[in-house]
Design a binder for this molecule. Structure first.
Ligand code: MN
Length: 234
């Protein structure tokens, strides 16, 4: 027998990033993390933009930036202005390219409540200089996220309260029905720019009221019909 030798990695491959699935031991393996910008009109306005004129735009976080519930959000290096952005997180069980609007929801495995943590000072400098956003958005532990709730358990939430409290004080408050680009539209639009795959997460944008956190703060978030999350800043 002339068997080909099994090829070996020269390094131990990094672990596959995962999210827990609520109500069991199963894990959802994360492929990519897409985030949509300015998807709530009131947040677009607070960031100085006209919400009516812009098509959706996207950036990515690295899959290993997810922080699961039960762990703290470690305050990052190199910033003095780290902001919370509470967001609906959409998890895909299948993908594709050029996904028609009417088939988009068939790709959704489930939903979670996540935080698009942002080094606002570095993002601001990048915007001003016309540079990419990675240092502002894709830093270590920048995506705290609760467990996934399958569509089979919660359906497809399209309305209901979204809020974030810091140390008991309400900072962000809105409603899922204020999303400019709805979940099927985001999936369909993204699939014309990227090949979506099973394991992709989409952070769906944040309502107004983003603001800074400091070490020791406790962030508690809620999306009606999805979940509640709690992360301490350490
Ligand atoms: Mn965001």
């Amino acid at each position: 027998m002339n068997e080909m030798p099994q090829r070996q990695y020269v390094l131990e491959p990094a672990a596959v990033p995962t999210l827990a699935v609520a109500g069991g031991e199963a894990l959802f393996p994360i492929h990519r993390i897409y985030c949509v910008g300015r998807n709530f009109a009131d947040h677009a306005i607070e960031m100085g933009h006209d919400p009516d004129k812009e098509p959706p735009f996207f950036f990515q976080k690295n899959p290993d930036t997810i922080v699961p519930m039960g762990q703290d959000f470690p305050y990052p290096s190199a910033s003095n202005d780290v902001h919370h952005e509470i967001e609906l997180v959409v998890a895909l069980s299948k993908g594709g390219t050029d996904i028609p609007l009417e088939n988009a929801l068939d790709c959704v495995y489930g939903y979670a409540v996540g935080l698009d943590m942002t080094r606002r000072d570095l993002q601001g400098e990048a915007k001003k200089a016309g540079r990419p956003w990675e240092t502002g958005k894709a830093f270590e532990a920048s995506a705290p996220c609760g467990p996934l709730h399958p569509v089979s358990a919660i359906g497809h939430p399209t309305q209901g309260a979204v809020w974030l409290k810091v140390n008991g004080e309400t900072r962000q408050a809105g409603d899922l029905n204020q999303m400019i680009w709805k979940v099927p539209e985001m999936i369909s639009y993204l699939s014309r720019l990227f090949e979506l795959k099973a394991g992709d997460l989409i952070f769906a944008g944040t309502p107004a009221g983003v603001g800074a956190v400091t070490r020791g703060d406790e962030m508690v978030g809620h999306i009606a019909g999805v979940d509640d999350i709690r992360f301490r800043v350490s």
